[in-house]
Design a protein around this ligand. Structure first.
Ligand SMILES: *Cc1c(COP(=O)(O)O)cnc(C)c1O
Length: 429
């Protein structure tokens, strides 16, 4: 009789895991207050005090700046639009190159393309899966203007070395912190170490406002440029007397008062939610690291990992079966979560290495890598980032079983499932 569920045995658990839902009465009351006021957005795309938005938006930004120890927090309607704003504010243009991690959500690499620039993909560090400093150095050319760092999975990248490289070559550093709010590197919040940080408030993230994002910076000039890009800057530069108008034409990236009201309440919950993630991840780590061939995340000394997901390294030789087979067997032992029943909480790998997407393989843009101002020759062929490919196709397992709301019993079931599959791996051969 087989023991593994995927072979017809009895699963460890069929009851769905609890939903991750951080929205409560605080958010509801805050939104009702905004609705009662009748003022759902107070932005004006003109040089006027309302250029900076309404009272709730401004309160949210001021709360965010205090929580993250930075001079400016600027709300936008997504992390994606925040990335566009940051690239524009750094003065990136056609012909420039921006070094980006190849292992991240697609929006991180798209931002340079919007400004006609070229994303150059660097490989990731074997331990924290963020940009590898040596790989960054190898990607630098006379056209490099910025480094776009992603603190992937909530684990801070090696910022000291990245900042040293940036200083040496006079590059702008943009930190995509969508997965890493309140993660820190040597006691400094990520997003406040480089020139600009960007956070996501979409519903997959630690806290959310439905859709939304926040940029952080300590630089007055960059902040001014971000405000212009967020809100129709072309109308503002003349009356405001802006001298450097380059890339200051704007979009409408404005957050509503309702989203900001939710954001104020969500921000208060963030430290507690992170503590729960870290606590649950520690329980899983203690048990899973006992399985020969599974390695739990490596956190650099002085770093705080906030566990958007817990990324495990899988050693096929030691386990005795390939990763995808193992993960499929795990999925049969434990179900997904309430609300997202069709989305498993565990996966083999993360997103496909970005340069392998059709956009890069077919070079399908009007002006970027195919722009006549571009004098370089960027390589998007398979094999350019060996670590990313090894992790994605063979070694990485990502899961969200450390989410707040998981009880000790829920976590014990997850551990039991891992142990069961590891012990009965011969059934999978
Ligand atoms: C979620 C995410 C984004 C996009 O965030 P949106 O707010 O949905 O635009 C960008 N980068 C990373 C690393 C992300 O995880």
């Amino acid at each position: 009789m087989p023991k593994l569920a995927i072979k017809g045995g009895t699963p460890v658990r069929t009851e769905l895991f609890p939903a991750y839902n951080t929205i409560g009465s605080e958010e509801k009351e805050a939104v009702m207050k905004v609705l009662d006021s009748g003022n759902l957005s107070q932005f004006l795309g003109a040089w006027h005090k309302d250029f900076y938005g309404g009272p709730t938006v401004q309160q949210f930004e001021s709360d965010w700046a205090s929580a993250f120890n930075c001079k400016y927090a600027i709300s936008v309607n997504s992390n994606t639009s925040g990335l566009f704003s940051a690239i524009g504010a750094c003065g990136i243009q056609a012909g420039d190159e921006v070094i980006v991690s190849a292992y991240t959500m697609s929006a991180s690499a798209l931002a340079p393309i919007i400004y006609g620039a070229v994303p150059v993909f660097a490989d990731v560090d074997d331990n924290n899966f963020g940009l590898c400093p040596e790989s960054i150095e190898r990607c630098i050319t006379p056209r490099t203007k910025a480094i776009l760092v992603v603190h992937i999975f909530g684990n801070p990248a090696k910022m000291d070395e990245i900042m040293r490289i940036a200083k040496k070559h006079n590059l702008c550093v943009i930190e995509d912190c969508a997965q890493a709010p309140l993660a820190s590197y040597k006691d400094q919040e990520v997003g406040t170490i480089g020139d600009i940080g960007i956070f996501s408030l979409n519903y997959h993230k630690h806290i959310h406002t439905g859709e939304g994002g926040v940029l952080t910076t300590n630089n007055d000039e960059l902040a001014e440029r971000i405000y212009l890009i967020r809100n129709h800057g072309e109308n503002i530069v003349e009356p405001k007397g802006v001298e450097n108008v380059f890339n200051s034409h704007g979009f409408n990236f404005r957050m509503t008062e309702m989203e900001a009201a939710v954001g104020i309440q969500q921000l208060k919950k963030l430290p507690g939610l992170i503590d729960q993630r870290i606590g649950n991840a520690a329980k899983l780590e203690t048990a899973l690291s006992k399985i020969e061939g599974i390695q739990t995340p490596v956190i650099e000394e002085g770093s705080k990992h906030v566990f958007y997901v817990q990324a495990l390294r899988f050693d096929q030789e030691k386990i005795g079966v390939d990763r995808n087979t193992f993960v499929n067997a795990l999925k049969a032992e434990i179900p997904s979560a309430v609300l997202r029943e069709d989305t498993p909480l565990i996966g083999a790998g993360y997103v496909k290495p970005l340069y392998l997407q059709p956009l890069y393989q077919q070079r399908a843009t009007h002006c970027s890598f195919n722009c006549e101002k571009y004098k370089g020759e960027v390589d998007y062929s398979k094999g350019i980032c060996p670590n990313v490919e090894k992790l994605h196709f063979h070694e990485l397992v990502t899961h969200e079983y450390m989410r707040p709301g998981m009880s000790d019993k829920d976590i014990a079931d997850v551990i039991e499932a891992f142990n069961k599959v590891a012990l009965n791996v011969e059934e999978l051969r």
